[in-house]
Design a protein around this ligand. Structure first.
Ligand SMILES: Cc1cc2nc3c(=O)[nH]c(=O)nc-3n(C[C@H](O)[C@H](O)[C@H](O)COP(=O)(O)OP(=O)(O)OC[C@H]3O[C@@H](n4cnc5c(N)ncnc54)[C@H](O)[C@@H]3O)c2cc1C
Length: 365
């Protein structure tokens, strides 16, 4: 018998936390997920685009068994898109084949919670974790709970990341709207002075679109994120039905995901591909590895650090390429718009696509 209330407490039941919970519980661990929200996933903070499983196999070739990990149900998919347009300031897009789903993110996260519950995990919602000390989780209500292993998947301000890791991540602040109207089939990423140091997006849904923008503040020349967002959104003329905001960690993964009995997963570990903003599927890749490693640890005492090793095998190359592309992009996208317009051409098309999809741009970089 363990001396603790639970084998595992997971702080945050987003894509990272619910995936840790699902795999840890299905391997026999006694898992409790605690989340401050009720229901989990609301209010929406997302552009809602994920690659399909086939596209994920192309993007992340070292990740096994995608179909077990990503079981996105029809009810969570708003639109299936098979085109991506990368748009320079001129508005003339480079067009690519890309297989993606624009989700109903709230339904998607609810589905992940259900999967974890079916595997045996239990949830406490509307419950914020204030801090963690050794094996004890202190809730805002004053209650405490204990666990052998504590996972922080509470995003980049998660309580364990905040109190036990000193590393800082670059975060880009993001604003977005849901807008009514017909926006065609293609998902769009826009680059240039409309979103300095970041990008803007337009992802068409079954009805309307998710439209938003993120910037690096240091590149913003005194203009506010609100001004940039208003300007970009004013190019579209539908009625706005929802306003949202958040921020994305853009430095790639931090150095260590494990300290003692603490593990970081998802945004709290920096698991977002900076060159395209993908965080949902990446958090789930990390979540599966963490969940499986937790089970092995509980059964055989194998080190939790195996999580870092397996992550590097599956995602190391993709993350490195994505970080490099983002850095190069950050430099290039500071150039005047007219140069960017020239740079987006037939000859560079392949290189730009390789950068966004986390492959090496050239044979050396
Ligand atoms: C505006 C915006 C647009 C984005 N667009 C896309 C996109 O189009 N495609 C994509 O793939 N990714 C996108 N991302 C990134 C993606 O949303 C994240 O990478 C992903 O949600 C990370 O999952 P997570 O489980 O780590 O964190 P989250 O989904 O943020 O979940 C964290 C959970 O932890 C809970 N929590 C936090 N702190 C506490 C606490 N102290 N106590 C209790 N509970 C706590 C929260 O309530 C929340 O439910 C976007 C992000 C933003 C902000």
């Amino acid at each position: 018998m363990s001396n603790f209330d639970r084998d595992v407490i997971v702080i945050g039941g987003g894509p990272a936390g619910s995936t840790v919970a699902r795999y840890a519980a299905s391997g026999g661990a006694d898992v409790l997920v605690i989340d401050g929200r009720d229901p989990i996933g609301t209010p929406l903070q997302c552009g809602e685009l994920v690659p399909t499983n086939d596209e994920m196999r192309r993007l992340c070739p070292d990740v096994p068994d995608m179909d077990d990990l990503f079981q996105t149900p029809e009810s969570a998919i708003s639109r299936h898109s098979n085109k991506m347009h990368l748009v320079p300031p001129s508005g003339k897009p480079l067009k690519f084949d890309f297989d993606g789903y624009v989700l109903n993110r709230v339904a998607h996260d609810e589905f992940l919670v259900d999967l974890a519950k079916k595997s045996g995990a239990t949830y406490m919602v509307d419950t914020r974790v204030e801090r963690v000390e050794e094996n004890t989780v202190f809730l805002k209500s004053g209650e405490t709970l204990s666990a052998k292993i504590i996972v922080d998947s509470g995003g980049h301000n998660g309580p364990i990341r905040r109190d036990y890791w000193t590393e800082k991540s670059v975060k880009i602040p993001v604003k977005f709207v849901l807008m009514e109207g017909d926006y065609g089939e293609a998902v769009e990423l826009h680059f240039g002075s409309m979103a300095p140091g970041g990008y803007a997006w337009m992802f068409p849904k079954q009805n309307g679109a998710n439209i938003g923008l993120g910037i690096q503040r240091s590149f913003a020349k005194g203009k506010s994120l609100n001004q940039y967002t208003d300007e970009f959104i004013s190019k579209y003329d539908g009625d706005i039905t929802f306003n949202g905001a958040g921020s994305l960690p853009m430095s790639g993964t931090i150095k260590k995901f494990v300290k003692g009995n603490y593990m970081l997963v998802g945004d709290s570990a920096g698991m977002v591909l900076p060159s395209n903003g993908a965080g949902i599927t990446i958090a789930m890749i990390g979540g599966r590895i963490a969940g499986q490693v937790i089970c092995e640890n509980l059964k055989n005492g194998t080190p939790l650090e195996n999580y870092e090793k397996i992550w590097k095998k599956q995602m190391g190359k993709v993350m490195r390429n994505s970080k490099r592309s983002f850095k190069i992009g950050s430099l290039l996208f500071r150039l005047p718009d007219w140069i960017l317009n020239l740079m987006f051409n037939r000859l560079t098309k392949g290189i730009i696509w390789r950068a966004v999809t986390c492959r090496r741009m050239f044979w050396i970089i």
